[in-house]
Design a binder for this molecule. Structure first.
Ligand code: GLC
Length: 565
């Protein structure tokens, strides 16, 4: 595999609205991010991905862009953005923007012009269809955020397609003029000195040649978007063109949000000269999903976490590099979802960190994950901000759940869980803002916050710092970054263990998520002998010891052990 500058780096996702507010309006902003760059540097972060900060009505919290060349005043100015890029650079860090080009906002000039003249140039930037006199919609596709994908084009006798919210009209990628506009914007941002992009919802840009209905899968008579995605062929032409015309000239680093790639497409997406540098491994996020809605999602346990993590490693092999995550702004907190109430504590948060982070691939940390932030309790539907949560609540109620049950589902799954303000201290509003934040802070900030954990040797934050430093340690880097991944088979339930191996070096990574101790059998050494000794490189304070080809680990313990060859 060709080695790339980013392979040995660590990435961090910022959700700007909730990261740090510098001007006391309750909304996080660019100056707030600048003020925390030293914190990120200290953590060991190299690549910083910002969720969207472009001009936007924020219907989907910035994933609905009304000007791709402007910063939303709520987040700051273009000068602030330039300062952020420069200040990051000074610290050896690079900034990634979010590229949201499956759709724009209905407040974007292109859409406004399409409404004025649907048959003109900008009408062709969107998917428009004539209204049927009998009211029949062009297709029965259900938008990701609920309801039909079709909406009236204001002031006209046409409909437009939106696979997300109605304020997010889909852009017509079949139109070369639109594609050139996208590439122009990418190049413009690269010229500003960013390192590249995280690429939003990209699989949706290709639609089938013929639009038609699929069998309904709920009582609403509609069907999931996945049907049309399955039928759509030829996305590679767009992605290859975008790579060649916009990314490659700048050697941009790109990470794709790709959920539904087709079998065998992995090498095309992230293999040698793939469309993207890397893409997220979403196997944990996809686990247990149901077409019926969030209320029907199957809870995940540690054995399933292990199967997802190992399955993805097997699938990727050395085709390319996945980006590894346990949470992001669209998911509940990893500590809450992946660790059940009975086993969630600082020790298991550290164990989870070790096992996800040291797999092969580029580790991403989502803001607050490094201090073990958790889901919040959603007590009323009025508390919800996220548009998809509001729909999920309705779906759950329609399916017969009581209000309490529906809210319980949301406390577990809502995207709002990850969007509460970053918990910097135990001061009012979690040290995030001097004003009441746009979204209420999680009341547990008094206990879980950066200030309390900074400098405390056994905190979750200190553990993350050590983990980052360990992956970068010149003594072990070759193994952690490029070494093979070999699962330890036959472990007890609730244990995740694997080896990372390079020539002459074998490192065990193991987490025991059970309250009781466990002993696991190690695979044989390369010479057929058993491992009998090891050096602990990182642990969470619990006992771990190697003897006679086995490792014993105390309850809730984790261990990264250099095995003696
Ligand atoms: C992606 C984003 C999500 C957004 C959606 C539509 O999945 O991560 O937050 O709602 O795309 O842009």
């Amino acid at each position: 595999m060709q080695r790339k500058w980013w392979h040995d780096k660590v990435a961090y996702q910022i959700y700007p609205k909730s990261f740090m507010d510098s001007n006391g309006d309750g909304i996080g902003d660019l100056q707030g991010i600048i003020s925390k760059l030293d914190y990120l540097k200290d953590l060991g972060v190299d690549i910083v991905w910002l969720s969207p900060i472009y001009q936007s009505p924020l219907a989907d919290e910035g994933y609905d862009i009304s000007d791709y060349y402007a910063i939303d005043p709520r987040f700051g100015t273009m000068e602030d953005m330039e300062e952020l890029i420069a200040e990051a650079k000074k610290r050896g860090m690079t900034v990634l923007m979010d590229l949201v080009v499956n759709h724009c906002s209905d407040e974007h000039e292109w859409f406004q012009k399409a409404c004025q003249d649907p048959d003109g140039k900008y009408g062709k930037f969107f998917y428009l269809r004539d209204k049927d006199p009998d009211g029949k919609l062009p297709t029965n596709w259900r938008s990701y955020f609920g309801g039909s994908c079709w909406e009236e084009l204001p002031g006209t006798d046409k409909l437009y397609l939106h696979v997300f919210h109605k304020k997010q009209p889909d852009l017509n990628w079949e139109n070369p003029e639109l594609r050139e506009e996208v590439y122009k914007n990418i190049r413009w941002w690269m010229e500003k000195g960013i390192g590249g992009f995280r690429i939003d919802a990209i699989i949706n840009i290709k639609k089938p040649a013929v639009f038609h209905d699929y069998p309904a899968d709920r009582d609403d008579g509609l069907c999931t978007i996945h049907n049309m995605l399955l039928e759509a062929e030829g996305i590679g032409e767009f992605l290859g063109e975008m790579r060649d015309k916009a990314f490659a000239p700048y050697d941009a680093f790109t990470v794709g949000e790709v959920f539904n790639e087709k079998k065998n497409e992995l090498p095309l997406f992230i293999g040698e000269n793939g469309y993207f540098s890397t893409m997220f491994d979403f196997s944990l996020e996809l686990y247990g999903r149901s077409e019926k809605g969030w209320f029907d999602v199957k809870r995940i346990d540690i054995d399933a976490v292990r199967d997802c993590m190992f399955g993805a490693q097997k699938k990727i092999g050395d085709i390319g590099f996945y980006s590894n995550i346990i949470e992001n702004h669209d998911e509940p907190r990893g500590a809450s979802r992946l660790l059940s109430d009975e086993i969630r504590n600082d020790d298991t948060k550290k164990a989870l960190a070790a096992v996800y982070f040291l797999r092969r691939g580029l580790p991403f940390i989502y803001q607050g994950q490094e201090i073990g932030m958790e889901n919040k309790k959603i007590r009323s539907v009025d508390e919800l901000d996220d548009i998809s949560s509001i729909d999920a609540y309705k779906v759950a109620r329609n399916a017969g759940l009581t209000e309490e049950e529906a809210l319980e589902t949301l406390s577990f799954h809502s995207r709002d869980n990850a969007r509460t303000p970053m918990q910097w201290s135990n001061q009012e509003h979690a040290g995030f803002s001097t004003a009441a934040p746009w979204m209420k802070e999680n009341p547990n900030y008094v206990r879980i916050n950066v200030q309390e954990q900074q400098g405390r040797e056994d905190s979750v934050l200190s553990f993350y710092k050590k983990l980052v430093a360990l992956r970068k340690d010149p003594l072990y880097k070759e193994t952690f970054v490029y070494g093979d991944f070999e699962p330890c088979e036959g472990c007890a339930s609730g244990v995740i263990a694997y080896l990372r191996k390079s020539a002459g070096q074998t490192i065990l990574v193991a987490g025991n998520f059970n309250p009781n101790g466990t002993t696991l059998q190690l695979p044989k050494r390369a010479d057929g002998e058993t491992f009998t000794e090891g050096t602990l490189l990182l642990g969470n304070g619990k006992e771990a010891a190697v003897a006679d080809g086995c490792v014993s680990i105390e309850g809730f313990g984790c261990a990264v052990i250099l095995l003696k060859e």
